[in-house]
Design a protein around this ligand. Structure first.
Ligand SMILES: NC(=O)c1ccc[n+]([C@@H]2O[C@H](COP(=O)([O-])OP(=O)(O)OC[C@H]3O[C@@H](n4cnc5c(N)ncnc54)[C@H](OP(=O)(O)O)[C@@H]3O)[C@@H](O)[C@H]2O)c1
Length: 283
């Protein structure tokens, strides 16, 4: 029976530690970390994610503001707002909530975030540093997964890590994070033909697909560490990609959904805001 990787509890511990550091930063340097969130359109999930981020910031003493665009504005207007946050000394991190409505060029808009304020680590500069194994600001979900494994002292070096999904926000950056930690990494995606054969060889299996029950127990090696990034709604319940009940009988560790990777993502985002605030004086 697998041990649960309790992202909710680990993120609570991490946020408590961070809260103390933020108080100290205010007292010693007079700096209140600041986060600006740009939301475009009316995607209901994005609205909830942003609300949760704002709430989490408030509980830790981070100054956070949301700028909401209806989705009818020109790209230039959003870019102008990003540029004003770029020069705003009270703002350390800028986040453009993904996805943007299809009518916008998301890459183009995000590329206007100054790399020293790129709290999501999605910018070309931060991705380049990651690839060069000179990690700076890292995407919150992948880094949150690494923090979770570290918290439970789960070794990464020399392990075979299989990642299902190659998105810009999860699969790709996560694969490099594992590589930088000396894992042997296989990335799979929708064009992979022999998925089951590959996942069966994983010491650490990560799924970031977004399809309920996509990963079944027969795809998992006995004793594997299973990380479920997926979030789907089924009959008003949030579920992951993994068939949790059957896989937990085979795995050594498993993340629940909800309560696994999700809370770690938020905690890591907040840590990123703090890290950028520490560098405020250098900007
Ligand atoms: N917990 C969190 O904090 C958090 C954070 C981010 C995302 N998520 C969740 O994680 C899931 C993935 O998010 P995302 O943004 O990475 O999604 P995405 O951009 O839609 O990427 C999904 C990936 O799954 C791959 N895929 C689809 N069908 C497949 C198949 N049959 N076999 C193998 N691979 C397949 C796709 O392959 P192709 O590239 O070939 O299309 C793609 O690379 C979603 O449920 C999302 O809500 C959770």
């Amino acid at each position: 029976m697998a041990e649960i990787l309790d992202g909710k509890e680990v993120s609570r511990v991490k946020k408590e530690e961070l809260k103390k550091k933020i108080i100290e930063l205010k007292e010693k340097c007079g700096i209140t970390p600041g986060l600006a969130i740009i939301r475009v359109g009316e995607d209901p999930a994005s609205e909830i994610y942003v609300k949760n981020k704002l709430k989490a910031c408030a509980s830790l003493g981070i100054h956070a503001i949301e700028k909401h665009f209806e989705g009818t504005e020109k790209e230039e207007e959003i870019i102008k707002t990003i540029e004003s946050f770029n020069t705003d000394q009270t703002i350390d991190g800028i986040l453009v909530q993904s996805p943007l409505p299809n009518s916008y060029d998301e890459q183009k808009i995000v590329s206007h975030v100054l790399s020293s304020k790129d709290v999501d680590g999605f910018g070309i500069m931060n991705l380049g540093y990651l690839l060069a194994n000179q990690e700076q600001i890292l995407a919150a979900t992948p880094l949150g997964i690494i923090h979770l494994l570290d918290y439970y002292n789960i070794p990464i070096a020399s392990k075979h890590v299989v990642i299902i999904g190659r998105s810009q926000i999860v699969g790709r950056p996560l694969s490099i994070l594992f590589l930088n930690r000396d894992a042997t990494v296989t990335i799979t995606h929708s064009k992979t033909t022999n998925l089951k054969e590959i996942t069966q060889t994983a010491d650490i299996l990560v799924s970031a697909v977004g399809k309920p029950h996509f990963v079944t127990a027969d795809m998992v090696k006995v004793g594997a560490v299973c990380i479920d990034v997926g979030i789907s709604r089924v009959e008003n319940h949030v579920v992951g990609d993994m068939d949790f009940d059957s896989i937990k009988e085979k795995a050594s560790f498993i993340t629940p959904v909800p309560g696994g990777v999700g809370p770690m993502t938020i905690a890591t985002l907040l840590e990123n805001v703090y890290t950028l605030a520490l560098k405020r004086k250098e900007r």
